[in-house]
Design a protein around this ligand. Sequence first.
Ligand code: F6R
Ligand code: ZN
Length: 187
Amino acid sequence: SLPVPPMSIRFDPAGGTLQPEGPTLTRRMSDLEGLFRDHAAWEQAVADGDPVVYSVVSSRVPEVERELPQSITTIQPGSTAGELWMTKGHQHPNHQGEIYLGISGHGGLLMFNGTETEWVDMTPGTIGYMPPGWAHRSINVGDEPYSFLAVYPGGAGHDYGWVLEHGMGRRVLAGETGVEFVDYSAD
Ligand code: F6R
Ligand code: ZN
């Protein structure tokens, strides 16, 4: 990847795009295999149109050591068998920190270090900090799209297998009066 010059990057909330734009990722239900508690409900959702669960638009700053890439994730509102729509979640294999900044909607940042879980409620203006060694997943807990900015070290890497193997400590469900948490051990 080519080095980029100093620059200004604009986010267009209506179009969900960055200018100048970099790579865009779309995660559909079928991309979230093995992550929802209710496998049959997940399969059904894939069969019922395989909806887009979230998208990630990135700037042109490359994911290489010493650079500081950014991206904006937008998670659609929804739930599958009561489990709120979420990102896959990952660990940074090189154990580096990261920040998120809430832009719109209402979400949560679930972190897990293999032993303890932490939850940060995310609204516009909230900065969530992930220390090195804490795997992280984002969840839309509202009824509109939830968008946040992520800023992370270019050499951090993304380990998705870690979450498949270790889980995230807790699951986040839509309860009668708000968000409910259940332990992965209850699966
Ligand atoms: C980067 C980061 C975010 C996520 C994005 C999608 O380190 O944490 O940009 O990559 O929110 O989530 P995942 O990568 O878990 O599918
Ligand atoms: Zn990350």
